[in-house]
Write a protein that binds this ligand. Structure first.
Ligand code: NAP
Length: 463
């Protein structure tokens, strides 16, 4: 096959891959089409890789095969982590993607010097700076989420000044290299500063903000891939990087809005630091608790029940038991709906994915803005492993770290029941007023076991 025809076929494959990436993003935005979205994205990526491997400029495949095998050895176990570990797994993928982009940029610089045009140098420098800081930043984010590193923000006086000066120094070196690309000794200094800046960028941010940071790092990784596309003159990389970068950015904006936080507050607010002092002023207060038998009686007698799931349902893997509860109550004529908070769990869409896995009909899943006005008419709000997203302090306590975050108005339901194991706080580390209301019953236990017990009570032991 001649080279022109081969290149044309590769270009066609790239166009199909790009269309599949765009469709994947479109389809992933609804639970009903999300599976198609995943398949379209996977097939697009497969096509793009195969087309790239057909490039006639490849001299030998030996090292490519070695890299594929090493990548698969690392990648396959990463794909098998539990759903609750997906945020840190995603951070690791960004770290690897960004490292690859930075390393290719570094290689391109050394292959091309001293014949690097100003434009090429800008592309390479930006890609290497963003790739390097995303690599170390993502590793720190993954470490914090996995609790290998301390979750609390680590700060010191003048931190923002020091961090921004480091970034400024890397940019100054990049500008110098634009005019003097032959100053090869400065290049590794720029890389080292960028790597250090990535650490400085993420250490002052608390664990509770890590999912937002990860989606921001996702957008940086996309940006560095797009820049790499310019360096290598590879159009599919430019488009895929741009899609990745912009979707990551949009997701970060959505998460900030759902928590009523600004970008600056997430990046520089050191959220999570005030919690220690807030926890210190605890007073002994009483709560009312109930058994599975009592909870089953109340649920069975209700006309409308709204289930508000959260992180605890995910950890306990209780979604299938929740499905059984949904079936049993629906059969009895109870109107059961699910209230989905945009940041319930540890990643956006976490609850939708789990409930879809348990085949709960999508039309029963209502987002926060739709369900909130209905709560005053709801007989029972059943909270399963959710905490922060139901905390009324977000509406009333201006000193609370979550003040202003939109919440599920479960406290407006006639009766509130909360399944959790103890009085421990949720992710934001703060007490929840909801538990002390007269209308609230605490159902202490593991979510999966407790929901199972309620189902057993309702079915007279048939489950
Ligand atoms: P949460 O506030 O973290 O509370 C989860 C609750 O689940 C805990 O209070 C815990 O209490 C309970 N729990 C844990 N394991 C359990 C088990 N096996 N069985 C029963 N209960 C269990 O969760 P959330 O209400 O879903 O709120 C999410 C938090 O993450 C918010 O602060 C949000 O801002 C933050 N966040 C989320 C995202 C996102 O994209 N989803 C992004 C950024 C930040 P016990 O220990 O007493 O059982």
């Amino acid at each position: 096959m001649n080279h022109i025809l081969q290149q044309e076929l590769i270009d066609v494959a790239y166009i199909v891959a790009v269309v599949l990436f765009i469709l994947a993003l479109r389809w992933l935005s609804s639970p009903a089409t999300a599976r198609h979205g995943v398949l379209a994205g996977e097939f697009g990526a497969f096509l793009a890789v195969i087309a790239t491997l057909c490039n006639y400029e490849i001299i030998e495949y030996k090292w490519i095969i070695v890299a594929l095998v090493v990548g698969a050895i690392v990648g396959v176990p990463l794909g098998l982590v539990p759903m609750t570990a997906v945020p840190q797994r995603t951070a690791l993928s960004h770290a690897f993607g960004a490292l690859a982009a930075a390393m290719i940029g570094i290689a391109e610089y050394y292959v091309r010097i001293p014949h690097v045009t100003k434009f090429e140098m800008v592309e390479i420098a930006l890609e290497v700076i963003i790739g390097s800081l995303t690599f170390t930043g993502s590793l720190i984010a993954a470490g914090k989420l996995q609790e290998i590193l301390p979750q609390r923000p680590i700060t010191y006086r003048g931190q923002n000044f020091v961090s921004l000066s480091a970034l400024g120094a890397a940019i100054l070196i990049a500008i110098w290299l634009m005019f003097h690309p032959e100053s090869a000794r400065l290049f590794p200094v720029m890389v080292a500063i960028s790597l250090i800046f990535g650490v400085m960028l993420v250490t002052p941010i608390g664990g509770a903000d890590m999912p937002t940071v990860i989606s921001l790092l996702n957008s940086y990784a996309g940006l560095s891939a797009a820049l790499l596309g310019f360096v290598l003159n590879n159009k599919v990389l430019v488009v895929a990087g741009a899609l990745d970068g912009s979707s990551g950015f949009i997701l970060s904006v959505i998460m900030c809005k759902a928590m009523n936080r600004s970008f600056t507050n997430v990046m520089f607010g050191a959220f999570g630091q005030v919690q220690a002092s807030a926890a210190g002023v605890k007073e002994a207060r009483t709560v009312r608790s109930a058994t599975a038998e009592e909870a089953a009686a109340i649920l069975g007698a209700a006309n409308t029940v709204v289930i508000a799931p959260g992180y605890g349902m995910a950890v306990a893997q209780a979604q299938h038991k929740v499905r059984e509860l949904f079936d049993v109550l629906t059969k009895r004529g109870v109107d059961v709906k699910f209230a989905i908070h945009p940041v319930a769990g540890r990643m956006p869409g976490h609850m939708n994915v789990l409930l879809a896995e348990a085949d709960i009909p999508y039309d029963r899943l209502l987002d926060m803005d739709t369900i909130n006005p209905e709560f005053p008419q709801v007989d029972v709000a059943l909270i399963i492993g959710a905490n922060d997203v139901t905390n009324p302090a977000a509406r009333t306590d201006a000193s609370s770290p979550i003040y202003g975050m939109p919440i599920l108005d479960v406290d407006k339901a006639r009766t509130v029941m909360v399944i959790k194991r103890s009085m421990s706080p949720g992710f934001a580390g703060i007490d929840n007023e909801l538990y002390y209301l007269d209308k609230t019953l605490m159902l202490f236990g593991d979510a999966k076991a407790f929901v199972g017990n309620i189902v057993r009570e309702l079915t007279g032991g048939a489950h």
